[in-house]
Write a protein that binds this ligand. Structure first.
Ligand SMILES: [Zn+2]
Length: 54
C-alpha cells in the first residue's frame, strides 16, 4: 500500500487490493474524516481528520 495515501483517495480497486492492510488501520478508529465520513486509527490517512471521542 502506498505511503501517505489517504483512505479518502482510494479507488474501489485499491480498497479491494489493500483490504487486509486497511482493516488493520481502521480496527480501532480514533479519527473520522469530516468530508468523507471514513474512519481511521490515525489521522494521517484521512483528508480532513477530526479526533473522535470525548
Ligand atoms: Zn476524507
Amino acid at each position: 500500500m502506498k505511503k501517505n495515501k489517504t483512505f479518502c483517495g482510494f479507488s474501489k480497486d485499491e480498497i479491494k487490493e489493500n483490504l487486509e492492510d486497511i482493516i488493520l488501520l481502521v480496527n480501532e478508529p480514533r479519527y473520522i474524516c469530516r468530508k468523507c465520513a471514513r474512519v481511521s486509527n490515525t489521522g494521517d490517512r484521512l483528508c480532513k481528520p477530526v479526533a473522535m471521542g470525548k
